[in-house]
Design a protein around this ligand. Structure first.
Ligand code: ZN
Ligand code: FE
Length: 253
């Protein structure tokens, strides 16, 4: 395995991720909700942080950057630099940068915020989505429109089913309860809801997931399917409109 991914629980329900390249010893962090648990994980594994990738400007994703940054290259969206910690390497949508010999594809996935990035690393078969696509859910629309988030989710959905989705929060149990109000008869969703509850009861993270699982069960990714449109009485309506309605229902759930 050329790249190792470690999930680091932070704060009450955030996740940060360490990506370690065994060959070079380089270690990247995706998001820094707080420094302490990330420092502990690094020191346990005797890894040294070389890169910090920032998805978006919210405090629960950047608060630890200041403490963790000495010796690391801080990477984030050039277009949102004014709201991010100082960037050593500003990047833009569509750009590919190098992490220890591995391509990292920068994707603008605006919606939760304008300028929210996802990082796709084909060598790890993984995408780091933070508060865009989440396990059984998607981020709230604080800054962008439903149309923007639908476009962002559709870009992510175009990746391979085997892609590992490393998202930013442990919200899966409540997301499952909501998803069942949209598709109560979806057997894959019923099974995932049960597995989620079992994981949460024993303190196991439900993140990461896979894109295949999300496509089979995540109501936000499934807004374009005729069975989902029918299930909420929106037969024949545009995909983005159906997504917007599902997002509205979730906000009121
Ligand atoms: Zn956020
Ligand atoms: Fe967040």
């Amino acid at each position: 395995m050329p790249l190792e991914i470690v999930t680091v629980p932070c704060l009450s329900d955030n996740y940060a991720f360490l990506i370690h390249d065994n060959a070079s010893g380089a270690t990247a962090l995706v998001d820094a909700p707080e420094a302490a648990p990330i420092e502990a994980e690094l020191s346990n594994r005797r890894w040294r942080l070389t890169h910090i990738l920032i998805t978006h400007h919210h405090g629960d994703h950047v608060a630890g950057v200041k403490t963790l940054r000495p010796g690391a290259t801080v990477i984030g969206n050039a277009a949102d630099a004014s709201r991010l910690p100082p960037l050593d390497r500003p990047v833009s949508d569509g750009e590919v940068f190098d992490f220890a010999g591995h391509d990292v594809h920068v994707m603008d996935v605006s919606g939760h915020t304008i300028g929210h990035l996802a990082f796709h690393i084909p060598d790890a078969t993984a995408i780091f989505t933070a508060d865009s696509l989440m396990a059984l859910g998607c981020g709230r629309l604080f800054e962008g429109t439903a149309g923007q988030m639908w476009e962002s989710l559709s870009k992510i959905a175009a990746l391979g089913d085997e892609t590992i989705v490393c998202s930013g929060h442990e919200y899966t149990a409540s997301n499952a309860r909501f998803a069942l109000t949209i598709e109560p008869d979806n057997p894959a969703l019923q099974a995932r809801a049960e597995a989620t509850n079992a994981a949460v009861e024993t303190g196991r993270p439900t993140v990461p997931s896979t894109l295949a699982e999300e496509k089979a069960t995540n109501p936000f990714l499934r807004a374009g399917l005729s069975e989902v449109k029918a299930a909420i009485g929106m037969d024949g309506r545009a995909d983005a409109e159906v997504f917007a309605e599902i997002r509205r229902r979730k906000d009121a759930f």
